[in-house]
Design a protein around this ligand. Structure first.
Ligand code: BG6
Length: 277
């Protein structure tokens, strides 16, 4: 445990990997496998200009968006984009270490009033090994059906945005958020060459990210969408917390629920992203 600018970070140094998890946002910030064959490399992108003092959500790593994805709607209009939990401190509930893995369970410190008015509880379970498993579990604790949208908003590090590909989305329908959510069918692999903000409407369990000559599988469960985002040059410049050149080294690929998931009383839902370098 380390404190920096009054924020707490968990630093894990394991023979097989190193990882940093921020208490603020309950957010994974870095993950570096140590496989002896390759130069150790952080798989996640983190903006150097992101404040890390808890004043705003951390730009990079794996922000968790809950209990909505994108702008707040309906009764919640005016509340923060992507929900509450990326902007509050979390508590560590349990940590279990073994020769091969470290498991952490964390929960956001939401006020009682907020938890009650939401009628939803959430926790994250991380399992770090030679893979990263992120499991976001939501329980409807109320007596009414509750809508839920969410995302595991992973910022993957790219060596160079000019040499990457996302495989596995060919012929999938997506909503183009930059064109009034117009529906488009993906033609071929996804290669980002400009501002891109797309919600792929698919519950398929795997895409792959080709980063230069390295391949990484990204598996999902419990999602109805896969979001792909890169702000590109001008928008990166316009965000104070996004390094100006950062867009050349990142891509967000997010397992998400964006299409009207509803949890019945006592229903439990798991959204999972498994990253296999
Ligand atoms: C993506 C959304 O998931 O997150 C984009 O699809 C959004 O529309 C992006 O711009 C970043 O959001 P934020 O709130 O972290 O700036």
């Amino acid at each position: 445990k380390e404190t920096l600018n009054s924020c707490v970070y968990y630093k894990i140094e394991h023979p097989k990997f190193a990882a940093t998890i921020s208490e603020f946002g309950g957010q994974l910030l870095s993950f570096t496998p140590k496989d002896n064959q390759n130069e150790p490399q952080n798989l996640l992108w983190l903006s150097e200009s992101s404040p890390l003092d808890g004043s705003k959500p951390i730009r990079g790593g794996v922000p968790l968006c809950w209990p909505w994805f994108g702008p707040a709607q309906g009764d919640f209009v005016g509340e923060p984009q992507h929900g509450y939990i990326r902007s509050v401190p979390w508590s560590l509930i349990n940590i279990v270490e073994s020769d091969t893995s470290v498991e952490m369970i964390m929960q956001p410190n939401l006020t009682k009033e907020l938890s009650q008015s939401l009628g939803l509880d959430v926790q994250v379970r991380y399992v770090f090994a030679d893979t990263i498993s992120i499991e976001l579990t939501t329980t409807n604790t109320s007596t009414e059906a509750k809508p839920l949208s969410q995302a595991i908003h992973t910022y993957f590090a790219l060596d160079n945005v000019n040499d990457h590909k996302v495989l596995g989305l060919n012929q999938i329908r997506y909503l183009d958020k930059l064109d009034n959510a117009a529906e488009v069918i993906q033609d071929g692999d996804v290669v980002i060459t400009e501002h891109t903000d797309r919600v792929y409407l698919t519950a398929q369990d795997k895409v792959s990210l080709l980063n230069g000559n390295k391949n990484m599988d990204i598996l999902g469960q419990g999602h109805d969408s896969i979001v792909v985002w890169n702000p590109w040059q001008e928008n990166a410049k316009n965000m104070v917390d996004f390094d100006d050149q950062g867009y050349t080294n990142m891509i967000c690929i997010e397992m998400a629920n964006t299409q009207g998931l509803v949890l019945q009383p006592q229903q439990v839902h798991k959204l999972v992203q498994l990253i296999k370098p």
